[in-house]
Design a protein around this ligand. Structure first.
Ligand code: PLP
Length: 389
């Protein structure tokens, strides 16, 4: 036993169970088991070649030094142009801060506002890192309950009713992980209008799945509300859109008053994103976008396959998945808890999924299926589960 004495805060830090499932699935695969991974939330496509080539060229061109902590200017300009193209909004490239992935923005935002006595609201079930980091910061996590009957959209009324004078930050996420839920524009309008009465509350809108909406739905970016731009952190990135999860590249648009704070956090934490990756990100934004449209079309086709197949399972009910690349069926009718279903499906059917409870207490009774996998694998996975049930 080591005599080291760790900081108390570590006991409050959670994790992302998808990585634990991934490790177990890989261990089973190494033992020769045939595993279909519907657990991890990453595109199964390769990064488009012109993007990878840009990074290779950057290395050859000698782009191997530090860059500005907030990212190279052409990349921040390209982000602003992309946001104008997609959301019809004006963004000053000086407010864009490029970081290694989507996660650092949420970590920094929570660290900036979280401390004992502060309250931070977050979606539940939601991306597990929100609750984990809020607890780590010492702040009190206040869940925004997301329910199947509302298509897993948040209710503005519920969010607004939970605001107190201690509320510092509200985190929202649409399209959402793990539910695939998309919050309708009318609800966002209501939230923004209500926030006018609470000028002390900042908002972080996690829009990492902003290009993955289906069935004719359109994304509403919080950037489209000028009245909250002075307290809005809008998170987006390359991981999901351009199949670049392993590159570690993301960004956020920060309000004027927070830009220096977040830049200092970057300097203290990682200095800057590695330079060749930033050139890859630049090629992604400035290059042709049909790679994105193609991937999204394939996700949409698989989405329809998986939702139908899940609804065909005994004891399972799956709502229409409106966005991202997740289906979040209700499995209560199987008699299994979320965790039991996750373990049973992996160990006995060789299908990796993630228990709804990995995304918060409100996820009990649900299981997350990532459909970032081939249609063939999806159908095989569901047929194995069907046999088991
Ligand atoms: N935000 C949400 C809602 C996510 O689901 C994820 C990844 O799963 C991220 C952020 C983090 O993305 P990245 O891998 O770029 O850190």
């Amino acid at each position: 036993m080591s005599g080291m004495i760790f900081a108390d805060s570590l006991s409050r830090l959670g994790t992302e169970s998808a990585f634990v499932v991934l490790a177990r699935a890989q261990a089973l695969a190494q033992q020769g088991k045939d595993i279909i991974n519907l657990g991890i939330g990453q595109p199964d496509f390769a990064t488009p070649e012109h993007i990878s080539e840009a990074a290779i060229k950057a290395i050859r061109d000698g782009q191997h030094g530090y860059t500005p902590a907030n990212g190279i200017l052409p990349l921040r300009q390209a982000v602003a142009a992309d946001l104008h193209r997609r959301h019809r909004v004006e963004v000053n490239p000086d407010n864009v801060v490029v970081v290694p992935g989507g996660k650092p923005t949420m970590f920094f935002a929570v660290m900036m506002f979280g401390q004992p006595g502060a309250e931070i609201m977050y979606p539940n079930p939601g991306f597990p890192i929100y609750e984990s980091v809020i607890k780590y910061s010492g702040a009190t996590p206040v869940p925004i309950a997301l329910e199947e009957k509302n298509g897993f959209a948040f209710s503005a009324e519920q969010v607004l009713s939970q605001i107190t004078e201690r509320t510092r930050l509200i985190i929202i996420n649409s399209p959402a992980n793990p539910t695939g839920g998309v919050t309708p524009k009318a609800e966002i309008d209501k939230l923004v209008a209500g926030l006018m009465d609470h000028p002390h509350v900042a908002l972080m809108s996690d829009e990492i799945y902003s290009q993955m909406l289906y069935g004719g739905r359109e994304h509403t970016s919080l950037l489209q509300y000028p009245e909250i731009r002075d307290r809005l952190i809008m998170l987006d990135g390359w991981s999901k859109t351009y199949a670049m999860t392993g590159w570690r590249l993301g960004y956020a648009v920060w309000p004027e008053a927070a830009v220096d704070h977040v830049t200092r956090l970057c300097i203290n934490d990682h200095s800057c994103v590695n330079a060749p990756t930033q050139y890859a990100g630049l090629a992604a934004l400035n290059g042709p976008q049909d790679c994105v449209t193609d991937m999204v079309a394939q996700f949409d086709a698989r989405r329809q396959v998986i939702v139908d197949a899940l609804n065909d399972l005994p004891g399972v009910r799956c709502a229409d998945a409106a966005g991202a690349f997740y289906a979040f069926p209700n499995i209560e009718g199987t008699g299994l808890t979320s965790k039991q279903a996750q373990d049973k499906f992996l160990e006995e059917a060789g299908v990796a999924t993630v228990a709804g409870t990995s995304f918060g207490a409100w996820g009990e009774g649900y299981l997350r299926f990532s459909y970032a996998n081939s249609t063939e694998n999806i159908l095989e996975a569901i047929s194995r589960i069907k046999k088991l049930l």
